[in-house]
Design a protein around this ligand. Structure first.
Ligand code: TRP
Ligand code: ZN
Ligand code: CA
Length: 449
């Protein structure tokens, strides 16, 4: 140090305040009664209707099933992984999405010696750090055409994606749709996809919705009881129709949502039942036949277009559209601040100290322009090295020390590209005084998302 020292400041006070959420705007909770339209599809949406989820035309969903059936029939009776009927199914879905303005990607993988494909379709726009994904497996077993399992989910997801295009829906979140290969071999395609993502890209997926078997001929109405927000969207929609649902607990490891759940991504979905038997109580509330499987043709050659309950397929398609519209409409608003006002003494020419701020309840990653408001009282600010530490410990340098910076205090707002960091967790401000004589304390600091 070459500059003269002066204005030494003695003891610092130690406040008691904790990290606090200063502002938080809640999600807009759309009520299903007022925001679900079930009145046909022929007219252009008005401004108000543009915000409401569309009615998904059952006829369109069934037309996709007819095409998938034809593809199976023309390819040896199935659409299984490694068979020509699978790739033909991918080509069919992809052409529809390309024509509707999606950016489609084919991801290849190898399983059991055959090439498999995942089809991923991104809808341009929305916050790239807040991705809402919806998916269905497109492969059948080799025993049959796989129209309920899982033409039904594939067609419902496809038609929902096409409805996004028709409405030119521009939600706050980014929308991504996917059709998985080789689910029937053990969720191979979806696992490949999730594993192919960087940790940063995985963290950007704020939720994954899975549809696997949503038109079972003796249907049950099961909603995955996993992520509460996704589950609520589906339950709200069914409540609006006055139809009771049951939590789907059986399927945790039985479809592609498992690949996402295993990576810590919030999941949800719909299911109308497979080989299990409908109980008398279930038949009483849902209709259908008790003592009979939800899908007697599960994994069989008779899983054809005749193996579909239209009402269940229609409801679940509409429920999916409602969930996508509702969950994607709002991203956690920017402008929320999280602050710690507890004073922390910074020892003179000593060890680094930290002050913590805990962020919770946000989806996805921090913004590329995360603002870090710093209020450090000090008698010679050049002594101080200041870093922001992300929850995983990654350090972002805010300020270096300087032998010539003799001013008081560090009162500044820094902007950090934190877009590779999950927002939630404990962030720290780290301050070290690296030169003798002048001292100070962290008065307060805050993160603004
Ligand atoms: N493809 C799944 C399977 O064969 C279908 C399935 C059965 C399922 N039970 C489920 C999907 C429960 C979701 C939840 O296992
Ligand atoms: Zn399936
Ligand atoms: Ca000092």
């Amino acid at each position: 140090m070459t500059q003269p020292r002066s204005r030494l400041r003695p003891a610092v006070s130690q406040g008691m305040a904790c990290a606090a959420l200063v502002t938080a705007a809640g999600l807009l909770a759309a009520s299903p009664a007022s925001s679900v339209t079930r009145d046909g599809t022929g007219t252009a949406p008005t401004a108000a209707q543009a915000l409401a989820a569309p009615d998904i035309p059952l006829a369109n969903v069934k037309a996709h099933l007819t095409q998938l059936q034809s593809i199976a029939t023309a390819n040896g009776g199935n659409r299984a992984h490694g068979r020509t009927g699978y790739k033909a199914s991918v080509d069919y879905v992809r052409a529809k999405l390309d024509a509707a303005g999606f950016t489609t990607t084919l991801q290849q993988f190898t399983s059991s010696g055959s090439t498999g494909y995942n089809l991923v379709a991104d809808w341009p726009g929305g916050d790239p750090n807040q991705v809402l994904m919806t998916g269905a497996h497109l492969d059948s077993v080799s025993a049959g055409p796989g129209i309920d399992d899982n033409g039904s989910g594939s067609a419902a997801v496809l038609e929902t994606a096409l409805a996004v295009s028709r409405a030119q829906f521009q939600p706050a979140k980014h929308l991504r749709f996917a059709w998985w290969g080789a689910e029937e071999l053990g969720m191979v395609g979806s696992r490949n996809y999730v594993n192919s993502l960087s940790a940063a890209d995985r963290a950007k997926i704020s939720g994954y919705i899975n549809l696997d078997m949503v038109g079972s001929p003796n249907p049950g109405y099961f909603v995955y009881d996993d992520d509460p927000a996704i589950e609520k969207a589906f339950k709200d929609w069914y409540a609006g129709l006055g139809i009771p649902t049951e939590p789907e607990t059986e399927g945790d490891g039985r479809s592609d949502h498992a690949s996402f759940k295993n990576a810590g991504i919030p999941v949800g979905g719909l299911f109308t039942g497979a080989e299990r038997t409908k109980s008398a109580a279930q038949a009483a509330k849902w209709g259908g036949t008790s003592g009979q499987a939800f899908d007697r043709c599960y994994h069989s050659s008779c899983d054809t277009t005749a193996n579909i309950d239209d009402t269940a397929l229609d409801r679940n398609s509409d429920a999916l559209a409602y969930a996508v519209w509702t969950l994607a409409a709002t991203a956690p608003p920017s402008g929320d601040s999280y602050e710690n006002t507890t004073d922390v003494a910074v020892p003179d020419n000593g060890a680094a100290v930290t002050s913590a701020v805990t962020v919770s309840g946000r989806n996805g990653n921090a913004p590329s322009a995360l603002r870090v408001g710093v209020d450090i009282k000090h008698t010679w600010r050049g002594d101080l090295v200041v870093d922001l530490l992300a929850p995983d410990g990654t350090a972002y340098r805010l300020k270096n020390s300087s032998g010539s910076d003799s001013a008081d205090n560090v009162i500044a707002t820094y902007t950090v590209d934190a877009s590779s960091e999950p927002a939630n967790g404990t962030w720290r401000l780290r301050v070290q005084d690296v030169a003798a004589q002048d001292t100070g304390y962290i008065d307060s600091w805050k993160l603004t998302f």
